[in-house]
Write a protein that binds this ligand. Structure first.
Ligand SMILES: CC(C)(COP(=O)(O)OP(=O)(O)OC[C@H]1O[C@@H](n2cnc3c(N)ncnc32)[C@H](O)[C@@H]1OP(=O)(O)O)[C@@H](O)C(=O)NCCC(=O)NCCS
Length: 189
């Protein structure tokens, strides 16, 4: 697979961070946080296995054509001074190519929580989505109990558009979700 969005496929730099494609060398560091139950708590799936981490890295390591529904960009987030150390990840999925709708998500190692890294990385990815990738509307879905993620959305200036009630099952718990979104012409970067 070849990525057709060179600006996004290439590393994206922010003030403190570098966002880059994952490589096979990152499996252990990704697994270090993706295996944690507290990290998976609101993801509506079990923690990832090491094999699961490796498989999704392999599937996304070449970037994305960003053409069809389901195409996605998975980027490792590293601090600029330690570009080999993965502190978390951000993901962007094209959910409707026709209507230029994309979903954004983030997962970080709790060791690096509370420094604004997730917000900084998500802001950079959102800017790439609206800029280079021509997204019209960017949205996030999150469990209503996921207060840290709610705060990321609100820091990004996303609007709470929906409160879905008991719309999914998280194991045997009914899960309720918020949908947050922002349009290209509203994005302030
Ligand atoms: C969601 C998640 C990424 C949020 O992580 P986080 O550390 O709270 O978010 P940030 O990295 O943006 O850090 C923000 C915090 O850093 C603080 N901060 C400290 N120094 C800062 C700085 N220099 N710049 C900006 N913020 C700073 C902010 O005040 C903020 O604290 P607050 O939320 O208590 O007000 C994390 O909880 C996570 O990975 N959860 C598990 C996966 C998950 O649920 N993903 C979402 C699925 S929808």
């Amino acid at each position: 697979m070849t990525a057709v969005s060179p600006g996004v496929q290439a590393p994206v730099a922010t003030e403190r961070l570098v966002l880059r494609l994952f490589t096979a060398d990152d499996v252990e560091e990704r697994y270090a946080y993706q295996r944690l139950p507290e990290v998976a708590r609101f993801l509506y799936r079990p923690p990832l296995t090491r094999e699961g981490c490796a498989e999704s890295i392999a599937a996304r390591a070449a970037g994305t054509p960003w053409e069809a529904d389901g195409d996605g960009l998975l980027l490792a987030v590293c601090r600029a001074q330690e570009p080999r150390v993965v502190i978390g990840e951000v993901v962007l999925t094209l959910t409707s190519a026709r209507a230029r709708q994309a979903e954004i998500g983030w997962v970080f190692n709790p060791r690096y929580a509370g420094h604004g890294y997730a917000t900084e990385a998500a802001r950079a990815l959102a800017s790439s989505a609206f800029g280079r990738l021509g997204v019209h509307r960017l949205y996030a879905r999150l469990d209503v109990l996921n207060t840290a993620s709610v705060r990321v959305c609100e820091r990004l200036g996303m609007r709470r558009e929906a409160h879905l009630v008991d719309n999914d099952l998280d194991g045997d718990r009914w899960g309720s979700e918020y949908v947050y979104a922002v349009l290209a012409h509203e994005w302030k970067g």
